[in-house]
Design a protein around this ligand. Structure first.
Ligand code: COA
Length: 338
């Protein structure tokens, strides 16, 4: 049975059951990824940026004979932003190939259509059943990135410490756990607006203006995702010349996510990219006792970034793709197939 579901009011047992399904999916499809924990799981599922909406549904098993509620076997949510609905679907490995995934997508797609949105996008992890699934539904591949993972136990910390200080004269680095301080928000947003070397999927919102940046940091905190920032400041102008962002989610604190890394055009060629990333890893090592890995996503054409990451010890892991489809076309196709 598929029904609309609100994580804000769901019972703790339902949240725990959904987490079990998520971990069963990870064990089946991404066995190298750490299992998720219950910490702030409700907030992770419920909190959104101002102006965005997330609508969720679950597929729940029948109640047991003793009346206790059935397990959550499938889940779909769609995040409505701009003119796109970003979809995420999970089906427990024991329940796959029975048409449940297709039903969940149809339920969400109908709503996205009714709400007047144009298209649906989804992140699809390479080399998992999701590729054949979305291709069978008519989604097309828009963009491919490579996910790379750094194992901190293999890092040469002495070398890293040299990289962190190998920066041109006239710049200094600052570490800001929690996000940039308020007095630097404007300069920070300017750096993000001027140039972006996209390290994460286009499906994630980016923060170009100061208010959106504040909102985005606030949303991360509410979802249990701790942001860490290293900045390169240009001493003469006070401008942010470079920045790198890593998020440590309480749901999987052993593996952090690298978000944007940016070096502003005028400040390229001074070793800033290497230095900020190296400094970040050193800071994380002391700030996050449980951390063992960092993962990052890069466009395959972004050779400069890939080179720096390889020097730091990142190993390519797998493809991470964005697929999309016109909503009306998807609804029509799925309805016709019923
Ligand atoms: C992708 C996923 C949702 C599919 O769920 P499902 O319930 O098995 O899908 P359906 O039964 O509705 O399949 C619909 C069609 O998709 C295609 N398909 C689905 N899985 C497939 C597979 N493993 N191989 C080939 N085709 C497949 C088939 O055409 C299938 O139709 P058919 O069974 O009549 O041949 C499920 O595998 C899943 O949850 N994957 C994890 C997704 C994810 O987000 N992971 C991120 C963290 S790892």
């Amino acid at each position: 049975m598929v029904r609309e579901w609100d994580p804000r009011t769901a019972s703790s047992a339902e949240i725990a059951s959904l987490l079990d399904t998520l971990n069963a999916v990870l064990a089946a499809d991404l066995p190298q990824d750490p299992p998720w924990r219950e910490n702030s799981m409700r907030e992770y599922l419920a909190e959104v940026m101002p102006g965005e909406r997330r609508i969720s549904w679950v597929a729940q098993a029948e109640p047991a004979t003793d009346g206790s509620p059935g397990a959550i076997l499938g889940h779909v949510h769609v995040l409505l932003l701009g003119d796109i609905g970003v979809l995420e679907v999970l089906v427990h490995p024991a329940e796959r190939r029975t048409g449940l995934g297709r039903d969940l997508v149809l339920t969400a797609a109908r709503r996205v259509y009714q709400e007047g949105f144009q298209s649906i996008g989804v992140e699809v992890v390479g080399d998992t059943p999701a590729v054949a699934f979305y291709e069978s539904l008519g989604f097309s591949k828009e963009y491919v990135e490579t996910r790379s993972v750094l194992d901190l136990s293999g890092v040469d910390w002495a070398e890293l410490s040299e990289m962190a200080t190998g920066i041109g004269a006239g710049y200094h680095l600052e570490f800001h756990p929690g996000g940039p301080p308020d007095e630097l928000i404007e300069a920070y947003a300017r750096a993000k607006a001027e140039v972006r070397d996209v390290e994460d999927g286009e499906l994630r919102p980016s923060s170009y203006d100061p208010q959106r940046l504040r909102d985005s940091l606030d949303c991360l905190h509410r979802r249990g995702m701790k942001p860490y920032i290293v900045l390169a400041l240009h001493e003469q102008t006070g401008e942010v010349a470079g920045l790198t962002e890593v998020v440590v989610p309480v749901q999987h604190p052993t593996r952090a996510d690298q978000y944007d890394t940016i070096v502003v055009q005028d400040h390229r060629g001074y070793g800033i990219d290497r230095a900020i990333k190296a400094r970040m890893l050193m800071e994380l090592r002391s700030a996050e006792a449980e951390l063992t890995e960092v993962q990052t996503w890069n466009a395959q054409a972004n050779e400069a970034m890939l080179k720096v990451n390889a020097e730091l010890g990142y190993r390519p892991d797998r493809e991470w793709c964005e697929y999309s489809i016109d909503v009306a076309e998807l609804v029509h196709r799925l309805d016709a197939g019923r």
